[in-house]
Design a protein around this ligand. Structure first.
Ligand code: FE
Ligand code: FE
Ligand code: ZN
Length: 277
């Protein structure tokens, strides 16, 4: 069975997210660790974490994905903004250690005129300052669309970060189908070639999660606007074929399509039916 789910609101806590996921046929889900505006977070509720862990195991849930606020910028030119990113990510990881099986996904950042090299240096030093050999949580770098000065729209840029992180055994990659398509990787006509390229540059063993989105824009547009599955330029057939591949079908797959809960439920059911997995 595919490990398939969607992005959920975290406002009612872990146990409620788990119940919501189960109610829509999901066996994974994603949530923001805190409000992307203002970064506010509630006190850690350990009882809720424990109740979720038990409920999730009973209901056959798989690894879930915590998403860092997308407004963080680990490679800002402003030292205070980099420090804020470091503090928040480090605190998020400490909290996530209370969850049974969770990945921590983040956007590498935007270098804003400093250049990819300096931006990469900042991201590497942030990761080296927050990742500990003891942590269980695996940190995922998300593949980006390359909008503005986003770092991580090529596999090479992600590899350049991973290579310089000391405890890189705690690092993986989350592949976003809309982002890599907008970034110029043709998963419609050459998914074989794209995954071979991923394997050659980064290594498929680093691929730990997938964001499944169609795209409102065209191949190489570097835009990043998600579309409902089958309504965009990637299309239903290509997305179904992509997640049916053995390298992908075994991973947590999370929908981030512009949807409400019933819409997600329908997409999950449709994808389970179309893939037959
Ligand atoms: Fe993201
Ligand atoms: Fe994404
Ligand atoms: Zn996106």
């Amino acid at each position: 069975m595919l490990t398939l789910g969607c992005h959920l609101s975290a406002s009612k806590g872990y146990l409620n997210m788990g119940k919501e996921a189960v109610s829509i046929g999901a066996n994974t889900f994603q949530f923001f660790t805190r409000n992307p505006r203002g970064f506010k977070v509630k006190d850690l509720d350990e009882a809720d974490c424990e109740a979720f862990n038990a409920y999730w195991a009973e209901n056959g849930g798989s690894a879930i994905v915590a998403h860092a606020p997308y407004t963080l910028n680990a490679c800002s030119a402003d030292e205070h903004i980099r420090e804020l990113a470091s503090m928040i990510m480090s605190d998020d990881i400490a909290r996530l250690e209370h969850i049974g099986s969770v990945y921590y996904n983040f956007h590498p950042g935007s270098h804003v005129k400093q250049g990819v090299e300096i931006g990469t240096d900042y991201i590497v030093s942030l990761l080296n300052s927050i990742i500990t050999p003891q942590q269980r949580t695996i940190v995922l770098l998300e593949t980006m669309a390359g909008k503005g000065s986003e770092i991580g729209h090529t596999f090479e840029e992600l590899k350049a970060i991973i290579d310089r992180v000391e405890h890189s055994e705690k690092l993986g990659v989350c592949l976003d189908t809309c982002h890599i398509f907008d970034g110029g990787y043709d998963i419609v006509n050459d998914a074989d070639g794209v995954l071979a390229e991923f394997d050659r540059v980064i290594g498929l063993d680093r691929l730990r999660a997938v964001h499944l989105n169609d795209s409102k824009n065209t191949l190489g547009s570097r835009k990043d606007r998600h579309e409902l599955i089958g309504k965009g330029n990637i299309g239903l057939d290509a997305l179904v074929a992509f997640i049916s591949r053995p390298e992908i079908a075994k991973l947590p797959i999370v929908l981030e399509t512009p949807n409400d809960l019933p819409g997600y439920k329908a997409e999950i059911a449709m994808l389970r039916e179309r893939t037959g997995i």
